[in-house]
Design a protein around this ligand. Sequence first.
Ligand code: UDP
Ligand code: MG
Length: 316
Amino acid sequence: MSTKYNLFISIIIPCFNEEQVIMYTYERVSNTMSSFEHGGYEIIFINDGSRDKTLSLLRTIAQKDSCVKLISFSRNFGHQPAVTAGIQACTGDVAIIIDADLQDPPELFPDMVKIHLEQNANVVYGMREKRKGETFFKKLTARLFYRIINFLSDTKLPVDTGDFRLIDKHVIEAFKALPEKNKYIRGLISWIGFKQVPIMYVREERFAGETKYPLSKMLKFASTSLLYFSKKPLKLALGLGAISLLVGLCLGIWIITGLIFRPETLVHGWASTVIAVIFFGGVQLVTIGVLGEYLGNMFEEIKNRPEYIIHEKINF
Ligand code: UDP
Ligand code: MG
């Protein structure tokens, strides 16, 4: 037994169709929790509308182990709402968020707690040194994604991090107070501030099953992170508008001077007219599209619907 940490620890695990790994995940997490001394713990599983045996496996686990708590959603709401539900329900002095697929090693928990205590860190976030067994496409899009977001975002986000992290009571309370419904959690935690310290680790291959993040979910995730953390696309649209205005102005001057000084050259103007119409039409549509995205997000927020609906809670 190592040093005793006098903390109650909440482990938050979102699960969507994870029947192939969930038992192993539970075992590795609870083995880790019994490998060091602490002031107690709870494992909160969030079943995000799984359509396989995940829910019944989780019920069995929760029946046998009273440290295990279960929140089950009425349908699939998504990874971020699932993690949010876990943070909102947790009672720990610190909470650790971890994926169900064992890509992030639970064995790192004691080190995370140690960094939290020794360095007075309010957030200890996992930073991927290496990503094993992920496709070239996933690695490339992830690399690009974090760099583009950082370029555009008003809040600086550490690159190559996921939601695998420890957060303390201050951060948990600040997070719970956030009113927005569409949450990009790792960005919000960065935005919350306090002292944030990285812990390096190697991201393993998914233990079993396949990714629950198809391209469509990845795009929605990227769009939330971009539009909720940056006003730059609007500025870009404004810049684009300004440039096209300038081009239009120059073109106008050229045509008018042509009319006066070179009337014979003005007969064949069809191609340039069509190009101008298409170009400016495109600029306008893109700009309206950007506006529409922001407006749509405002619409979503104004509706003020809950982020998720809970069907069942066990051991709470
Ligand atoms: N997940 C979820 N709801 C979803 C999609 C994913 O709760 O709609 C969970 C999933 O069970 C896993 C975590 O979110 O615990 C990360 O998903 P995954 O490992 O499939 O993503 P990847 O690592 O491939 O990006
Ligand atoms: Mg994964």
